[in-house]
Each structure stands twice: as structure tokens, then as C-alpha cells.
Ligand binder design. Structure first.
Ligand code: ADP
Ligand code: MG
Length: 318
């Protein structure tokens, strides 16, 4: 497993025929990792870097060889699954909905209306990840300015943690626009490799707000989806190559043509839906409770549960 993870971290410059100048040309053209080389064509590489056809072919083959793009047995997949950690939300019912908690190596998405509890879930996960491992760090990419250290303090204290120490293990960044948000996602790797932080959780709250605000009108939809797709790809890579739990929040919009059932749908369409391994719809229930509904999971039945947001975090109903 470890060896495989490190392979993904090979740099462009490690490829045959790629020196500093060629690597820079590639990076400027958007080829940032071996996967992008492995799936490119010789023609593209020639155009971008001016290398010969033979060198271009060698680069692609070397990138493909290093990526282990082949098959593996089900047994190997199962072995890898055993490395998956599950982080608690604080509510046993909510955890059970997901077979024990939010998984590492995957993206979990909560979508729902304003005030449905998406941000509270993010805060609760941070605290539970920190509690689970005294060396763990959580990363919070905050796009709506709703990260509240006071809220972390409350939940950390309730979880029996030193609230100041807990705050010191959360790396928060405010993303000012979608480009910045994507850049911050790339920087998570730096926290891990250069700053040697044991990042176990990355929260992106909200995943879609900037994209939604910046790309308005029908003409820009394709461009937005393309960019969002790249962002989801980057997040999936963070999750998989470092065995990190990625939690993203998403808004809903009115579906004017829906007369029966829930008249809302998540932003981002298929791009977000396909990239998220687990999708949960959050809504307000009776008497201030919250309802979480599992919409999409590769291995759990769809289901629903109720929980409460309390000062100390997410709790089961009594
Ligand atoms: P979303 O991110 O989906 O817009 P939030 O996660 O911000 O929604 O949820 C906000 C709600 O969480 C509040 O309306 C309130 O019901 C609940 N909440 C926030 N802080 C507390 C607290 N300290 N104690 C109890 N409930 C809280
Ligand atoms: Mg929120």
C-alpha cells in the first residue's frame, strides 16, 4: 500500500527525457502529475514541450508504468479497505447510517438547505478526528466564513479535549473564490509532505458556493462543471493517496418542475454526485431535530436517521 501511494508522488521531472525546462512547460500547460501525462497523447506532449515523438512516447509509457493502471485482485482491494478509518459524527444513529462513521479514502457530501446542519457536521467531525488521534490534524477550507473556533471549543470541551490544544490542530483557510479554493486543496499536500502534519480530515464548506456565484447564466454552465470536475478530482486524490476523510457541503436549489416529493436538488449535478462516494441529504426535522438521509452509498442500504445539534456537538435523540 505504502509503496503504491509513494508512486503517485513521483514528479514529472522523474520521467525520462524531462528536465527542469520541460517540467516547467508541462506544469504551465496544466500537466501537474503523472496521471495527466499517462492519459495524454504524444501529439499533445509534442505541442506543449517540443520534445521528439520518441521522447513523448517514452514519457507516456513511463508515466503509465508508474501508475499501476492495471487490475488487482478482490483480495488486494479488501486488504486496502482494511486501512479505512471511520470517524464519528457524535451521533451513533448518524454513524450507523454510514456503517460506522465518515470513511477515510472517500469524499462524503452533505447537501441541504441553509441551517440544515452541514457546517455543524463539519465542526463535529474535526473534533472527533482530533479526539481519535492525538497527533491528527484537520483542515477546514471555509468559503462562507462560517468556521467558528468558539464552536470547536464547545465541542472539544464536551469531548474531554483541551479546547486550546484542539484548535491548534485545525488548519483553517478562508477561500475567497473558486480558484483560491482549488489552490488551497492543492496546498493540503504541502501540509502533509513539507510540514509533516498528520492530516486526517479535510472539510470543504461549502464546496459549491463560489462556483455557483461565479458562473451565472446558461452559457457558463459547461465551464463551471469542467472546473468543478477538476476540483472533485483533486479532492478525490487527496482522499485516496493519503487515506484522508474528505467532507464537503453542498447547497440545494429549487427544482421548479418538481410537483411531488422534495422540490430541491443538490448543486453541481452529476459532477459532484459521481465524485462523492457517500451523499447525505440533511434537513430540519420536528422540534429542532435534524434528519439525515443516505442517498447514495456503494455498500449500505439507503436509510434515514434523526439526530440533534447540541452545544456539545451532534447527539442522538433520547
Ligand atoms: P448549514 O451549514 O447547513 O447552513 P449549520 O450547520 O450552520 O447549517 O446549522 C446551524 C444550526 O445549528 C443552527 O440553526 C442551530 O439550530 C444549530 N446550532 C448552532 N450552534 C448551536 C449550539 N451552540 N447549540 C445548539 N445548536 C446549535
Ligand atoms: Mg454552513
Amino acid at each position: 500500500m505504502k509503496a503504491e501511494l509513494q508512486m503517485e508522488k513521483l514528479n514529472l521531472i522523474d520521467l525520462p527525457g524531462v528536465g527542469a525546462a520541460t517540467a516547467e512547460k508541462l506544469e504551465q500547460a496544466g500537466y501537474r502529475d503523472l496521471m495527466s501525462i499517462a492519459v495524454s497523447t504524444v501529439g499533445e506532449l509534442i505541442e506543449v514541450t517540443g520534445v521528439t515523438e520518441a521522447v513523448g512516447r517514452k514519457m507516456i509509457n513511463a508515466a503509465r508504468d508508474s501508475m499501476k493502471m492495471g487490475f488487482e485482485t478482490g483480495t488486494q482491494v479488501l486488504q486496502r479497505r482494511q486501512l479505512v478509518n471511520k470517524y464519528s459524527t457524535g451521533s451513533v444513529a448518524f454513524d450507523n447510517l454510514l456503517g460506522g462513521g465518515f470513511e477515510t479514502g472517500s469524499i462524503t457530501e452533505c447537501f441541504g438547505e441553509f441551517g440544515s446542519g452541514k457546517t455543524q457536521v463539519g465542526h463535529a467531525l474535526c473534533v472527533n478526528v482530533l479526539k481519535n488521534d492525538p497527533e491528527a490534524y484537520a483542515v477546514y477550507i471555509d468559503t462562507e466564513n462560517t468556521f467558528r473556533p468558539e464552536r470547536i471549543q464547545q465541542m472539544a470541551t464536551a469531548a474531554g479535549l483541551d479546547s486550546e490544544e484542539a484548535l491548534s490542530r485545525i488548519m483553517v483557510a478562508r477561500a475567497f473564490n473558486s480558484d483560491h479554493q482549488m489552490l488551497l486543496t492543492e496546498k493540503v499536500d504541502t501540509l502533509i509532505t513539507e510540514q509533516k502534519k498528520k492530516v486526517r480530515l479535510v472539510v470543504v464548506d461549502s464546496l459549491t458556493a463560489h462556483f455557483r456565484a461565479e458562473f451565472i447564466g446558461r452559457g457558463t454552465l459547461a465551464e463551471r462543471q469542467q472546473k468543478l470536475n477538476r476540483h472533485m478530482h483533486d479532492l478525490a486524490k487527496v482522499a485516496q493517496s493519503n487515506n484522508i476523510c474528505v467532507y464537503v457541503t453542498n447547497q440545494v436549489m429549487a427544482k421548479p418542475d418538481q410537483f411531488f416529493g422534495d422540490p430541491t436538488q443538490a448543486i453541481g449535478g452529476h459532477v459532484v454526485a459521481h465524485a462523492s462516494t457517500f451523499r447525505i441529504y440533511l434537513r430540519k426535522g420536528k422540534k429542532g431535530t435534524r434528519v439525515a438521509k443516505l442517498i447514495d452509498s456503494p455498500m449500505h442500504p439507503d436509510g434515514e436517521c434523526c439526530f440533534e445539534v447540541q452545544e456539545g456537538g451532534l447527539k442522538d435523540l433520547v
